[in-house]
Design a protein around this ligand. Sequence first.
Ligand code: SAM
Length: 201
Amino acid sequence: MARVSAPDFWQELYERGADGWELGTPAPPLVNFIETTPPPHGRVAVLGCGRGHDARYLARHGYETVGFDFSTAALHQARALAEREGLAVTFTQRDILALGRDRAPAFDGVWEYTCFCAIDPRHRPEYVTTLNAILKPGGWLLACFYPVRRGGAGPPFPVARSEVRRLLHPSFRIERAFTPRSVPRRQGQEWMVMARRIEGP
Ligand SMILES: C[S@@+](CC[C@H](N)C(=O)[O-])C[C@H]1O[C@@H](n2cnc3c(N)ncnc32)[C@H](O)[C@@H]1O
């Protein structure tokens, strides 16, 4: 599993077009949520942003968006797409698990989609540490967890609702959780969560 923690693993998949996760469009659960119940505007981090379709969508809807990924190939294309559309989105090459070390809580919101399932599951507690470090108290986490299923190899590594609840407790309060409408091949295997970082020390 250590291989997924190396940028080269993802870089190589992008380079040879083995990017089976690519939708080529913003994720439907994100689009539906923003169209119906948009979270407050502000500075939003998109973790493991890939080619940045979700990051650009958020920027088009008035969010100040920063996409993080550690594949230069993905970020190169993300920047080109944003430039073509005249969108001001920042794309930064970083290991998202290291973000908390050098950034004060700088974000009002986080959008998560298919990054949680891409990291080695042993690092999931660190992922939550990153969320806590980069989100301002009271900041929002909008996450669409995938694939919600039992067992199987990864990536994508399976996700269980109970595990997410356990990891987010006690630093986050889940305000909404539901199965979103999605692309046919993922329908029923996704879990949308809106959570708030609890205000505190
Ligand atoms: C399955 S892809 C999903 C990309 C994008 N979210 C999408 O839906 O198209 C996972 C992405 O997370 C990135 N990634 C995985 N682990 C990462 C880490 N520790 N830090 C930064 N990016 C990471 C990969 O480079 C890849 O672009």
